[in-house]
Design a binder for this molecule. Structure first.
Ligand code: GLU
Length: 293
C-alpha cells in the first residue's frame, strides 16, 4: 500500500480556523512527501447531523483535496471489535467497572503517572468480577505493562509521556478514540500523522498499542494550535471563527486561507504555491493567536 497522510475531524460542528490550519498543514506534509492524503470522519462520538458535509465543503473551499472516498468510523465497528478481540485473546485486556468518580477517588498506584488509571479492576477475582457485572456494564481496558513510552515527532523531537491501562471500549459499547485511531491509521495505510499538539500526550499510548497490534508506528508531526487572546485553544465561543461566520463578517474564504498561510510563513494564494516552498523545519513552533478572537 502506498504511504498516506490524513486529516481526521470529529463532525461535531463546522471547522474553525484552527482546524482548517491543521488540515492545511496535514495536506502540505503529505503532498510534499509524495503521500496520498486521506480524510477520515471520526464520528464515533459527538457527531452532529450535517456537520460532515459542512466540514468537507470548507476543506474544499480552502483548497484541501483528498484521495478516494471519505472513511467514517461509524462504519468500522467490526474492525475495532476484531482488534479488541485479538488483544483479549492475548490476555492484554480486562473488564473495568469503575465510574469516573471512583477513579478520581481511588489512591493512585505507586510510581503511576498522574491521571493514570489506578488499576482497581486489573486483578479482580472471577467472583468479584461477576458481582460487578451484575451492577453495571464493563468498559474494556488495555493491560499495559509499561507506565510510559517515547515517540519521535518531527516538530517536538523525542517525547516521553504516560502509558496506562487506558480504555479501548467504553462501557456504553462505543470504541474509544485511542483504539480506533490506531486501527484506522494502520488499516488505511497511513504512515504520517499530522494533527494538533493537544494530542501529543496521547501519542505514547497510541504508539504502544500499535506495537501490541503489530502495527508500524507512523511518523508524527504535532503542530501548534490556534489560540484566542487569552492563550486558550480557539473555540466556537471566540466569535467569528468559521468560514461562514467570517464571510458574514466580511472576510472571504481566500482571505482566511491567506491569513492562515501567512501565520505559517507561507505565501498567499492557492495551496500549490505554499506547497512549492513548504519546509517543516521553518514552521513556527508557537501557538498562533487568532487576531480577531
Ligand atoms: N478527531 C480528532 C479531533 O478532531 C483528531 C484525531 C487525530 O487526528 O488523531 O480532534
Amino acid at each position: 500500500m502506498t504511504s498516506a497522510g490524513r486529516f481526521a475531524p470529529s463532525p461535531s460542528g463546522e471547522l474553525h480556523v484552527g482546524n482548517l490550519r491543521t488540515a492545511i498543514l496535514a495536506w502540505l506534509f503529505a503532498r510534499s512527501t509524495g503521500r496520498r492524503f486521506l480524510l477520515r470522519v471520526e464520528d464515533l462520538d459527538r457527531a452532529r447531523a450535517g456537520a460532515e458535509a459542512e466540514q468537507l465543503r470548507d476543506l474544499a473551499a480552502v483548497g484541501v483535496d483528498w484521495d478516494g472516498g471519505v472513511v467514517r468510523q461509524a462504519d468500522r465497528g467490526p474492525l475495532y471489535a476484531a482488534a479488541v478481540a485479538g488483544l483479549a485473546a492475548a490476555g492484554l485486556t480486562y473488564e473495568c467497572f469503575c465510574t469516573r468518580r471512583e477513579i478520581q477517588d481511588a489512591p493512585s498506584a505507586p510510581h503511576a503517572p498522574q491521571g493514570a488509571y489506578p488499576g482497581t479492576c486489573r486483578n479482580l477475582s472471577v467472583a468479584e468480577r461477576d458481582a460487578k457485572r451484575a451492577v453495571r456494564p464493563a468498559a474494556i481496558r488495555l493491560r499495559a505493562d509499561v507506565t510510559e513510552g517515547t515517540v519521535r515527532d518531527l516538530l517536538h523531537g523525542s517525547y516521553t509521556g504516560a502509558v496506562d491501562d487506558f480504555v479501548l471500549r467504553r462501557n456504553d459499547g462505543v470504541t474509544a478514540y485511542n483504539l480506533a485511531v490506531v486501527v484506522d491509521d494502520a488499516d488505511q495505510g497511513i504512515d504520517q500523522v499530522v494533527r494538533g499538539d493537544d494530542l501529543l500526550p496521547s501519542t505514547p499510548r497510541q504508539a504502544y498499542l500499535g506495537t501490541l497490534l503489530d502495527i508500524p508506528v507512523p511518523e508524527y508531526a504535532h503542530v501548534p494550535l490556534v489560540v484566542n487572546a487569552d492563550g486558550a485553544r480557539l473555540a466556537k465561543r471566540d466569535g467569528a471563527v468559521t468560514l461562514s461566520d467570517l464571510a458574514r463578517a466580511g472576510m472571504q474564504t481566500d482571505d482566511v486561507r491567506d491569513a492562515l498561510l501567512a501565520s505559517l510563513g507561507l505565501p498567499p494564494g492557492p495551496l500549490p504555491r505554499a506547497l512549492a516552498v513548504f519546509r517543516p523545519a521553518a514552521l513556527p513552533r508557537e501557538p498562533w493567536v487568532w487576531p480577531r478572537a
